[in-house]
Design a protein. Structure first.
Length: 439
């Protein structure tokens, strides 16, 4: 399998001659199907009121769909020109734009199951709000690129495996580890200091990027001579009043992404919902919101970096059986479904660089019923071009890339009439994850 772009060793430093072009809720991107807005959802955490506002925005300004991204954010597509002011007012009213000058740097992923049956692990979800507050209050943080990523992990190792720039890993006895980039080591701090330490880590990166003169967007782009060092970082934390211990080597844990699951026992139970290819209609989204709230106040939704949604306390009572409503809406709420571990970029007609309608092609292969699902099959990602936007992180995946002459499967051309069977065969082959290689 070709090495994913994020894992390719860098022989030379990346030199950026401009700022990143990542879209936001205020900086709209002109796509082939209209304008695109990317709404940052720190930690993927949404109240049902905020989620309802996103559905309204999709209907009022966009094409009536919502897309989940590989960083737990939400995209709106097909936006009309001139909608920026109205969209910003709607989002601001829902509390989704707390600091307009910082909205593109609020890239925080978090363990979606933290606090849900996590006996023995710290509940790190509160760290999300605190880190977001610190980011929005920091003038220095506005210099971060829209690609810089924070990960807040409760110790299981799920979001820590997503190539974040700054990782907070919850530990026992009220302690936390802070890591910059893919370093083997880390610094250890009190859990109460973890969010502030994460912000200081980002500021350390910015200082290193300034010193290197390369205008790096992410830690992995820094030249070796300017790579962050745990000892220097610990000194910086100490100067800020945060006691830190240097750990030169850490056995970083790894956990797979949460799988779809249905109801347990009781009237309210956590659910994990998988929309096919991470794309929902506004009506499907409203079903999610209704099940999350269950008619009893403001329920919670957690958008995951794996394009699924966790409903921590969904209503499953009859006659309003939330599980049945989700299934009827065309959403997966059980493991081993045909859409599990199948992802795709936007493709045609939304992306000018795409060479095929990858979503339609993915649906055709899934409908053929050849490929194994769930843990029986490796993840598969459909890319409209060689950029491989949105490809899986931290796992071995089947690599499908559209070309002018058809698809390359793991770098080999495959005739269109053999594609479904070839994908099925590739998913059955054992693969070594990036994380296993790193260890």
């Amino acid at each position: 399998m070709p090495t994913p772009p994020s894992a390719t060793p860098r022989d030379e430093p990346v030199i950026r001659d401009r700022g990143d072009a990542c879209p936001g809720a205020l900086r709209l991107h002109a796509a082939d199907d209209g304008y695109l807005a990317r709404v940052r959802i720190p930690g993927g955490l949404l109240t049902s009121r905020q989620a309802s506002a996103l559905a309204l925005a999709a209907d009022r300004f966009g094409d009536g769909h919502l897309e989940l991204t590989s960083r737990g954010n939400v995209q709106l597509r097909g936006l009309a020109g001139g909608c920026g002011t109205g969209l910003a007012e709607l989002l601001d009213g829902a509390g989704l734009l707390p600091a307009p000058g910082h909205e593109r740097v609020r890239n925080i992923v978090a363990t979606p199951l933290s606090g849900i049956g996590s006996s023995g692990r710290p509940h790190v979800t509160p760290w999300v709000g605190e880190l977001d507050r610190l980011l929005c209050a920091s003038t220095r943080a506005t210099a971060l690129s829209g690609r810089f990523l924070f990960a807040i992990d409760d110790g299981r190792g799920d979001v820590a495996a997503l190539d974040p720039d700054v990782t907070l890993l919850g530990g026992p006895r009220g302690r936390a580890l802070v890591r910059l980039g893919a370093a083997r080591g880390a610094v250890e701090v009190d859990a109460a200091d973890a969010p502030r330490a994460a912000l200081l880590a980002a500021e350390y990166f910015l200082d290193s990027a300034d010193a290197a003169g390369t205008r790096a967007w992410q830690v992995s782009e820094l030249p070796a001579a300017h790579a962050p060092e745990e000892g220097e970082f610990a000194l910086r934390l100490g100067s800020a009043g945060i006691a830190a211990d240097v750990l030169p080597q850490v056995a970083w844990p790894y956990a797979p992404s949460p799988r779809p699951w249905g109801p347990g026992t009781g009237d309210r139970t956590p659910l994990c919902v998988l929309p096919p290819l991470g794309r929902l209609t506004a009506d499907q989204w409203r079903v999610l919101v209704g099940v999350a709230a269950g008619g009893e106040g403001d329920g919670e939704l957690r958008v995951t970096p794996w394009r699924s949604i966790v409903l921590p306390g969904a209503s499953t009572r009859r006659p309003l059986d939330g599980y049945a409503r989700l299934v009827a809406a065309g959403l997966s709420v059980a493991p081993d479904g045909p859409w599990e571990s199948v992802t795709a970029c936007t493709g045609r007609p939304g992306c000018a660089k795409a060479l095929s309608d990858v979503r339609a092609d993915a649906r055709a292969v899934v409908d053929a019923g050849e490929a194994p699902a769930g843990p029986a099959g490796a993840p598969v990602h459909w890319s409209g071009c060689e950029r491989r936007c949105g490809h899986p992180r931290g796992a071995a995946w089947v690599d499908l890339v559209a070309t002018p002459d058809g698809y390359l499967l793991d770098g080999r051309p495959v005739p269109s009439h053999e594609l479904a069977q070839a994908v099925a065969d590739a998913r059955r082959q054992p693969r070594v994850s990036e994380d296993a290689v790193k260890k």
